[in-house]
Ligand binder design. Sequence first.
Ligand code: MN
Length: 137
Amino acid sequence: MKVTRNSIETMAGQSEWFTGAVYVDSVAAPSGPSRLSASSVHFTPGACTAWHTHPNGQTIWVTEGVGLCQRRGGHIEVIRPGDRVFFEPGEEHWHGAAPNRFMTHLAMLDVDDEGKSATWGDHISDEEYAAAPPIAD
Ligand code: MN
């Protein structure tokens, strides 16, 4: 058993991987045979990931706010607390906050044999982000 106190610094999301201000708290890190990587990711309004894939897929579970997600070729989905999204291995996608709302999700995945969690691509363009449906209703 290992207790890790609330002592790990919140990290700013790297600008190569995100648009806007994003903050990441580490929840679980691969250790020994466990490949589980989990993070609590806090997106400020309008912030989002770049297009990316995960070698073994990813589950996100929204805990706060209102968010958006999209797979390549699909429509942008509005996601809210309690919503869970699974992205298939290799499925190109992005996730982030709605334009005028914060969004926090727990992100969970298994890293690959080399410890890699994601492969990153282009940032989301203004046109791509603007295709989000209105979040009211
Ligand atoms: Mn992802």
